[in-house]
Ligand binder design. Structure first.
Ligand code: FAD
Ligand code: NAP
Ligand code: FMN
Length: 595
């Protein structure tokens, strides 16, 4: 590349030549990203990662900070899109991830927009923790000069819906900040609500800045490439479906291979596949019979007029209950026993797990029309499955590993909406609507950095993708797999593949915990503890620790074991071990994909 006619000064040129002499490919890639970031912020005048006081003062310019707290990247994407929209209205913003925000700056902010999700069981995303505890703690300063608004992302199937956003909103308000708009809490179909909130807050802000326009002054060029998404899913053909648990297993786990041919869809190991589910036909029929309505009755839905049975099968969630549905049912029916469920936390927990909307109709009968019934329900959200293939290996295919949800309660057999749709009702050559759900927080390093992969049950799925990727790249970095399931004979998922990777040297070590093959339960964390010295050596020497599978029990216990290992093997106090663990998370050397 010639730099003869560059617009740089002589000093800048010299510095550039010094910087690039003998530069490595990895360094060029990093610099490329760095300069693209710079170019982006100069060109769009939108998202800049600088502090407000460092920005050149513009006459009448409105100081605006957008803070995001995310785990799976949605809040970040929304924050960036909002910043772009603000720029289109001549409103310049500073956008910051919460883990890179100096809390002492808060007292100087004038306008603050917060976009934050909730994870765990009503907890802030990891990267938002410090900001969350500062804001909700005693050290938060008086914020009576601040205007703010909160967009909270969540999922109504969790009991503590949008809790982090709710707590932050309350704390900002308590500190004297004035809401530009009330908090908006978004369920899994967050896109439209987020868009409306963004338009409304920008309109409010535009009132403060004389040269701001209430509508965008320019719009971003639309991409020519058809991009598939949750709103525009791709119809993928089922190429193969096999049960990978043995005949004697008390579990049914299926391996599915889908074709992405013609879609142009790309994904990376660590991403999840979004699947548009269909409800179990028997449950739909039972609901219609219990309501006593006509199955073909045409009803008004969010997406227009539809026959009632079709609306129930495709568009509304009926296989599980959320607090919101019970609240609406209590309000609509006025039934005291339903209200009582909501008033007792333990009762509510018990009722939410293992009950569906038909239980409400059976146990607390009330005459409802088809339309009234639909008004109680939330849209049927797609289900996510950790992708178990690498595109480097399978090209135009995507593979998933699905555990079929089936159980019996109160004499009725129940089936999970999506897992049984995939396992029972979808046949080879059928089509299924899918999209990719990116997960930037569960990534395999490009180089051969040592990796420790811990997974129980279907938590094994992303590691198959990881090893396929490493094999394709012929990268034999150190790798160690810990896998847990019930029985060796029937539940050792992808057993032959792990053996092949061991033989070929793409997997260095494997430890297995079959919980029900002996009297005492043996879980993955027991295997971690057994090998704690070597494990800590790996971690201390730079290995990345991955954790995937059940959030409620397994992930909690594995993290506790890891803390214990750090403390014991690192010769640390509990506080030091916690700080060490926190650093691992911050450096993305501990990554979790739990559900
Ligand atoms: C990021 C991510 C990755 C995921 N990856 C995978 C994966 O790789 N493989 C996989 O199989 N799943 C995975 N899941 C879970 C998956 O998305 C679905 O939640 C799961 O398949 C169940 O969905 P369903 O529609 O079949 O069941 P639903 O219709 O959602 O029913 C589930 C409900 O049934 C009830 N229930 C379930 N089991 C019992 C029981 N034994 N007793 C009583 N009640 C019960 C509970 O109320 C539960 O909420 C992942 C989830 C996330 C968020
Ligand atoms: N909410 C719940 O009660 C609950 C419980 C489990 C799973 N799930 C969900 O069910 C879905 C599928 O799960 P899955 O079948 O793939 O796997 P799984 O049910 O998580 O089971 C995989 C293995 O993990 C073991 N296990 C159980 N508790 C553990 C703990 N505290 N620490 C470590 N290991 C533990 C199991 O042992 P044993 O079964 O022998 O104890 C089994 O050997 C996931 O979505 C998961 O979140 C929900
Ligand atoms: C493991 C897990 C736990 C979650 N816990 C909650 C919760 O307690 N309350 C809630 O409202 N949403 C919860 N959610 C839903 C997320 O907040 C939701 O998916 C959100 O869109 C994620 O946004 P983000 O990508 O910015 O992190 C949880 C999601 C996952 C995967």
């Amino acid at each position: 590349m010639s730099i003869k006619f560059s617009p740089l000064t002589e000093v800048q040129l010299k510095a550039l030549q010094q910087l690039t002499a003998g530069i490595q490919q990895e360094q060029i890639t990093w610099l490329n990203g760095y300069f693209q970031g710079l170019a982006g912020s100069v060109a769009t005048g939108s998202a800049t990662e600088v502090r407000p006081e460092e920005q050149p003062a513009e006459a009448g310019a409105l100081p605006l900070t957008i803070l995001y707290g995310t785990h799976t990247g949605r809040s970040e994407a929304l924050a960036k899109a909002l910043s772009q929209k603000a720029a289109e209205r001549n409103i310049k913003s500073v956008i910051k991830p919460m883990d890179d925000y100096k809390t002492k700056q808060l007292k100087d902010e004038k306008n603050l927009l917060v976009i934050v999700s909730t994870h765990g069981e009503g907890e802030p995303p990891e990267m938002a923790e410090d900001f969350y505890f500062f804001l909700t703690g005693k050290r938060v300063p008086k914020l009576d000069g601040l205007n703010y608004s909160v967009l909270a992302l969540g999922d109504k199937s969790y009991k503590l819906f949008c809790q982090t956003g709710v707590d932050m909103d309350l704390s900002l308000s308590k500190a004297g900040a004035k809401p530009l708009l009330p908090i908006v809490k978004c369920d899994v179909d967050y896109e439209d609500d987020a868009e409306k909130w963004g338009e409304a807050v920008l309109a409010e802000l535009a009132k403060q800045q004389p040269n701001a326009s209430s509508a965008p002054v320019r719009t971003a060029a639309k991409s020519e490439v058809a991009s598939y998404s949750k709103k525009n899913p791709f119809a993928a053909t089922v190429l193969d479906k096999v049960q990978i648990t043995g005949r004697d297993s008390d579990k049914e786990v299926y391996h599915l291979e889908l074709s992405l041919e013609g879609s142009g869809i790309t994904y990376e190991p660590g991403d999840a596949l979004g699947v548009i589910a269909q409800n179990p036909p028997q449950l739909v029929d039972d609901i219609i019979a219990t309501l006593g309505v006509i199955d073909q009755e045409v009803v008004e839905t969010r997406i227009g007029k539809l026959p009632f049975n079709e609306a129930l099968k495709h568009h509304y969630e009926v296989t599980l209950l959320t607090r919101d549905v019970i609240e609406k049912y209590a309000e609509k029916t006025g039934i005291e026993a339903v209200k009582a469920i909501l008033e007792d936390d333990k009762k509510l927990d018990d009722y939410l797990y293992g009950h569906d909307v038909l239980d409400l109709l059976h146990e607390f009968p009330f005459k409802l029309t088809a339309t009234e019934f639909l008004e109680l329900l939330r849209p049927l959200p797609p289900r996510l499955y950790s992708i178990s293939s690498s595109q480097e290996a399978v090209e135009d295919e995507v593979h998933i590993t699905v555990s079929r949800v089936r159980y019996e309660n109160k004499g009725r057999k129940r089936y999970g909406a999506c897992s049984t749709f995939l396992a029972d009702r979808l046949q080879i050559d059928d089509e299924v609507l899918i999209y990719i759900d990116k997960n930037p927080n569960f990534r395999l390093p490009q180089n051969g950095t040592p990796i420790i992969m811990v997974g129980a049950g279907t938590g094994i799925a992303p590691y198959r993708a990881f090893l396929q990727q490493r094999e394709s790249a012929e990268l034999k970095g150190k790798s160690w797999l810990f896998f847990g399931e019930r029985h060796f004979a029937s539940d050792f998922l992808y057993q032959l593949e792990w053996q092949k990777y061991l033989q070929k040297g793409f997997l260095e070590k494997i430890d297995l915990a079959f919980s029900r093959d002996q009297k005492e339960k043996v879980y993955v964390q027991h295997k971690l503890l057994e090998q704690q010295k070597e494990l800590f050596d790996w971690i201390n020497n730079g290995a990345i620790f991955y954790l995937c599978g059940d959030m409620k029990y397994m992930a909690r216990d594995v993290q506790a074991a890891l803390l214990e290992i750090i403390q014991t093997q690192g010769g640390m106090t509990e506080e030091q071990a916690k700080a060490y663990f926190k650093k691992l998370k911050k450096e993305k050397r501990f990554m979790a994909d739990v559900y």
